[in-house]
Ligand binder design. Structure first.
Ligand code: ZN
Length: 301
C-alpha cells in the first residue's frame, strides 16, 4: 500500500515536471545530445568555448577547410534582445534570425528556445542538391538543422537582401495616419469581454481616411470577409501578405500591382467594430506577425 501510494505521487510529480519541460522546450528541440547554454555571461565556460569555436570555424572556412558544426540551445531570458544574443554568441544577424525563424529582430519572447550554431551562415529550406546549386557551395558546407527534416544550415552564406530588409523592419510603412488603438497579441475582446489573440494592430482614423499600400505588391483579395468587413489583401515578396480591414471603399482593383505608399482604399467601420479604425495585419507564410512599421512616410503626412 505504502509503495503504491509513493509511486502514484511520483507519477503525478513526474507528469508535472514533464508538463513544464514540454512548455519550455518545443518538440522541435527535443533533440538528444543538444548542449544547452544556461546563460550568456562571458564567464560561462559554454559561452567561452562557443566563441572559440566560432572564431576557429571562421578561420577554417576562410582556408577552405571542412568545419565541425555543433548546435547548442538557449532558452531566452527576460532581458535578452536579439542584439545581446548576437553579440555574446559571436554570430551574425543572418545566422540567428534564419535558424530561429524570426519574423523580425523584435520577435524575441522570453522562454523561446533558440538554436545556436558555432558558425555563421544561413538556414534555408530545400534539398542539399538544390541548395548546392543555388548557394554555389559544396555539400560539405550544408548541415541538417536538428529537429527539422528540410531545414539546412549553409555555412559562410547569407540571406538575400530583400529577406533581410523584412527582418530589419524597414519594409512596411504605417498605412494610415493615426494612433495605435489596439496592439498585436492577447487582448480583451470588446464584445465578448474574453481574452483573445489580436492578429494585427488597430489604427484609429476617421472614416474616409486615405489608406496606402504598406509595401509594394499585388492586390490578391478585395471584398467582404466576415469580421473584417470590407477587406484588401496585398501579396508581397518572400511569403508576406498585408491585410487592411473595416474599409469604407476601395481605390484599387483586384490583381493590380501597387507600390509602397499608393492609395488603395478609404477607411471605414465595416465588419465587427466598435468605431472607425483600420485593422492592419502582416502575415508571413500564413502566420500573423507583430507588425513593425515605419511611421510618417505615407502620403499626406
Ligand atoms: Zn483589429
Amino acid at each position: 500500500m505504502v509503495f503504491q501510494k509513493f509511486s502514484s505521487i511520483n507519477i503525478s510529480l513526474l507528469s508535472i515536471v514533464l508538463f513544464f519541460c514540454l512548455l519550455q522546450y518545443p518538440s522541435a528541440l527535443q533533440v538528444p545530445g543538444l548542449r544547452s547554454i544556461t546563460n550568456l555571461s562571458y564567464e560561462n565556460p559554454e559561452i567561452q568555448s562557443l566563441r572559440e569555436e566560432v572564431k576557429e570555424n571562421l578561420m577554417q572556412s576562410a582556408r577552405g577547410k571542412t568545419i565541425n558544426l555543433v548546435f547548442r540551445k538557449y532558452v531566452l531570458k527576460k532581458k535578452d534582445t536579439f542584439f545581446t544574443v548576437m553579440a555574446k554568441t559571436m554570430l551574425d544577424h543572418d545566422s540567428l534570425s534564419s535558424i530561429n525563424h524570426l519574423a523580425s529582430l523584435w520577435d524575441v519572447e522570453p522562454g523561446a528556445v533558440w538554436l545556436i550554431p558555432n558558425m555563421r551562415g544561413v538556414a534555408v529550406y530545400g534539398s542539399p542538391d538544390e541548395l548546392c546549386i543555388k548557394y554555389k557551395t559544396s555539400v560539405d558546407s550544408i548541415f541538417p538543422v536538428p529537429g527539422s527534416r528540410q531545414l539546412f544550415f549553409i555555412t559562410g552564406r547569407s540571406l538575400e537582401p530583400s529577406e533581410r530588409s523584412y527582418l530589419n523592419g524597414t519594409v512596411f510603412l504605417k498605412p494610415v495616419k493615426g494612433f495605435i488603438s489596439s496592439k498585436f497579441g492577447a487582448r480583451m475582446d470588446p464584445f465578448s469581454k474574453k481574452e483573445q489573440f489580436h492578429k494585427g494592430v488597430d489604427i484609429a482614423c476617421p472614416t474616409g481616411s486615405e489608406i496606402v499600400a504598406s509595401a509594394s505588391g499585388k492586390i490578391i483579395f478585395e471584398g467582404e470577409m466576415a469580421d473584417y468587413g470590407k477587406l484588401i489583401i496585398i501579396e508581397h515578396s518572400n511569403g508576406y501578405r498585408t491585410l487592411y480591414g473595416h474599409l469604407q471603399s476601395f481605390a484599387a482593383r483586384i490583381n493590380q500591382s501597387v507600390k509602397k505608399g499608393d492609395k488603395i482604399a478609404l477607411s471605414g467601420e465595416t465588419g465587427h467594430v466598435t468605431g472607425p479604425h483600420l485593422h492592419f495585419e502582416v502575415r508571413r507564410k500564413g502566420q500573423p506577425q507583430r507588425p513593425r512599421m515605419l511611421d510618417g512616410l505615407h502620403r499626406g503626412q
